[in-house]
Design a protein around this ligand. Structure first.
Ligand code: ZN
Ligand code: ZN
Length: 201
C-alpha cells in the first residue's frame, strides 16, 4: 500500500513538473531550428518537435538550409567529418541563444572515434546528429519504427543537452549518459534526469 502511494506521489510530481514546463511560445527563451541535411527519411519532422520542446522550453521549428556535404566527405574513411559540418552549421546559427541542430542520414566521424551518433558544441549553438546507425536494419535486425524514433529523439535531446551546457551524466537512465553503442542508447530514457533539468534552468 505504501509503495503504491509513493508511486502515485512520484507520478503526480512528474506530471506537475511537465505541466509547469509547458509555456506559451512568447514566454519561451529561444528557438531550436531542426535542419534536415541529406536526411533521406520521409516522415514529417514535426513529429520530433514536441519531445524536444517539452525538455528545453524553447520554440522548435524545422528549417531548410542547403549545405553541400560532399565537401566534408573523407574518401579514406568513407565517412563525413562531423567537426567540419558542425563548423559550417555554426555559420547558419540564428544568433543569440538560438540553436541549430542538423539531422543527417550520412555516417559521421570525428578523428578520435570510428563513428559518432552525434556531436555538438558544449554550451554552443550548433549540433549534428546522424541516423545512419540508428535503425535496426543497420545491425541486421528486422526494422522497427518505434525503436528508431525513440533512438532518434534520445540522440537529438542528448546533443541539445550538450548545447545547453550539460556534460555527460552518470544517472542510470538519463538521456545525458554517454552512448558508445546502440545498446547504450536503448538503455536510456528519452528525457533529462532531475539534476540535468535543474542544471539548465
Ligand atoms: Zn554526449
Ligand atoms: Zn542526468
Amino acid at each position: 500500500m505504501q509503495i503504491k502511494r509513493l508511486f502515485f506521489n512520484i507520478k503526480e510530481r512528474i506530471d506537475v513538473n511537465v505541466e509547469n514546463r509547458f509555456k506559451n511560445d512568447e514566454e519561451l527563451s529561444g528557438t531550436i531550428n531542426i535542419v534536415p541535411l541529406s536526411f533521406g527519411e520521409n516522415f514529417d519532422l514535426l513529429t520530433l518537435i514536441e519531445p524536444v520542446k517539452r525538455q528545453f522550453n524553447y520554440q522548435v521549428k524545422s528549417q531548410d538550409i542547403y549545405i553541400d556535404l560532399s565537401e566534408y566527405f573523407d574518401p579514406e574513411r568513407v565517412q563525413y567529418s562531423a567537426n567540419d559540418i558542425l563548423h559550417c552549421l555554426l555559420h547558419h546559427a540564428p544568433g543569440g541563444q538560438n540553436k541549430i541542430i542538423g539531422l543527417t542520414g550520412i555516417d559521421l566521424f570525428i578523428p578520435a572515434l570510428t563513428f559518432i551518433f552525434g556531436q555538438a558544441y558544449l554550451g554552443g549553438n550548433a549540433g549534428i546528429i546522424s541516423t545512419y546507425r540508428l535503425r535496426n536494419e543497420f545491425y541486421g535486425m528486422p526494422g522497427n519504427d518505434d525503436i528508431f524514433f525513440k533512438r532518434l529523439n534520445k540522440t537529438i535531446i542528448h546533443e541539445l543537452g550538450h548545447m545547453f551546457g550539460l556534460t555527460h551524466c552518470h544517472t542510470m537512465n538519463c538521456v545525458m549518459r554517454s552512448a558508445t553503442y546502440i545498446e547504450d542508447i536503448d538503455q536510456k530514457e528519452e528525457y533529462l534526469c532531475q539534476s540535468c533539468q535543474d542544471a539548465i534552468q
